[in-house]
Design a protein around this ligand. Structure first.
Ligand SMILES: [Zn+2]
Length: 319
C-alpha cells in the first residue's frame, strides 16, 4: 500500500496525518506546523509529501533525526507506509467540464477549512489547476434555456439544485467571480443569491453580489438579486423552515436590475460598512474625523450634536 497521493476522501497522506497531529496548516506545497523538536512559537516545520516520502524541514535548524524522534514520541511517525490512515469527513465539490469529466474540486473539512485540488492524470493534486470553470458547467450547457440560480458557494448552489433549480457558483467564494464565467452565462436569466454578511465581514457577500450582477449585466443577462427576508444565506433560510415555494416566490417578486439599480441596491445595504472616530486636540477647536469605508458610499451623512459647530469635511479616497 502506498501512502502517496491518497486523497480520495477516505484517507489522508502521511504529511497530512503529521500536520493534523501537530495542528498544522496547509501551505502552498504541503503543510506548516510547530516543530515538535524545539520550543516553536512559529510554524517552523515544513511537511511535504513527495511520492511515498515525507519531507520534513525545520526552519529553526532541527535535524531530520531530531524531528522524527519528536514525532515518534507523539505517535506521529512510523516507518514508511504503516502510518495510521484516518478517515476524513471531508466534503468534495467537483467541478466538471462540458462532458462531465472532473477538472477541479473544492475540499471542505468539517471544521470549515477549504482548499482546491485538480484532477491530473487520474490523481487529485493540490491546487486549482489549469482550467477553472463554473460549478455544474455541464448542466448549464445542456439545460441552456433554463433560468440559472447563481449562489455564493457550492453548498448553497447544491441546496438550490436539490430543489430542482439549475444552479451554479464560482470556486473560491466571494470576490472570485470572473467575466469569463459571465460569458458562459451570456444572455441568460439569472437569479442571484448572496451571503448576507455583517459589517464585521465587510459585507463580503453583498460586495460579491454587486460584482457578479454587474458582470452578468455586461454579458447581456437579465439579473434579479434575491433578498432573503431572514437567514444569512440560502441554506440558513431553508433550515429556518422555508420551502421551495417561499424561495420561488422571492425569485418571482425580485425585480430585474440594471447597472444603476445594482449600485443603488448595494449602497442601500449599508453606507459602505463605515465607522468613524473623532478626536479633538482641545485647543483650537479642530476635530479630526476619520471615516473608514469598505466600499464607496453614495453619500455620507455627518450628524453634529452641537448645532453651532461648523464642519468642513474633505474626503480623500485612500485606495
Ligand atoms: Zn525545530
Amino acid at each position: 500500500m502506498s501512502a502517496a497521493h491518497v486523497t480520495n476522501g477516505d484517507f489522508q497522506t502521511e504529511a497530512e496525518f503529521i500536520s493534523d497531529g501537530l495542528k498544522g496548516k496547509r501551505s502552498e506545497k504541503g503543510f506548516l506546523a510547530r516543530c515538535p523538536a524545539h520550543d516553536d512559537r512559529n510554524a517552523s516545520l515544513s511537511i511535504t509529501q513527495s511520492g511515498e516520502r515525507v519531507l520534513l524541514r525545520c526552519f529553526a535548524g532541527c535535524s531530520y533525526e531530531e524531528v522524527t524522534r519528536a514525532l515518534r514520541e507523539r505517535n506521529l511517525w512510523s516507518p514508511r507506509n504503516v502510518v495510521q490512515r484516518v478517515p476524513q469527513n471531508n466534503t468534495f465539490y467537483v467541478y466538471n467540464d462540458e462532458r462531465g469529466n472532473p477538472l477541479h474540486r473544492t475540499v471542505r473539512t468539517q471544521d470549515k477549512r477549504f482548499w482546491q485540488e485538480h484532477f491530473d492524470g487520474g490523481v487529485w493534486t493540490t491546487g486549482l489547476g489549469p482550467r477553472v470553470v463554473l460549478y455544474h458547467l455541464d448542466e448549464l450547457l445542456t439545460r441552456s434555456q433554463e433560468p440559472v440560480c447563481v449562489a455564493e458557494g457550492e453548498k448553497d448552489s447544491d441546496r438550490l439544485r436539490a430543489l430542482g433549480h439549475l444552479a451554479t457558483t464560482n470556486p473560491m467564494g466571494a470576490g472570485k467571480w470572473s467575466d469569463s464565467y459571465s460569458a458562459i452565462l451570456a444572455g441568460r436569466e439569472i437569479s442571484l443569491f448572496y451571503d448576507n454578511d455583517p459589517p464585521s465581514k465587510k459585507f463580503a457577500g453583498q460586495n460579491h453580489a454587486e460584482q457578479v450582477a454587474l458582470s452578468l449585466i455586461r454579458a447581456g443577462c437579465r439579473v434579479r438579486i434575491v433578498d432573503l427576508p431572514e437567514g444569512k444565506d440560502v441554506s440558513d433560510f431553508l433550515e429556518l423552515g422555508h420551502t421551495k415555494e417561499d424561495l420561488d416566490k422571492l425569485i418571482a417578486d425580485a425585480p430585474y436590475k440594471k447597472t444603476d439599480d445594482v449600485i443603488a441596491w448595494r449602497s442601500k445595504q449599508s453606507t459602505g460598512g463605515g465607522s468613524a472616530d473623532a478626536s479633538s486636540d482641545g485647543t483650537n477647536g479642530r476635530v479630526d474625523l476619520l471615516v473608514y469605508l469598505s466600499s464607496v458610499p453614495t453619500f455620507i451623512q455627518i450628524k453634529t450634536v452641537d448645532r453651532a459647530s461648523r464642519w468642513t469635511v474633505s474626503l480623500r479616497a485612500s485606495d
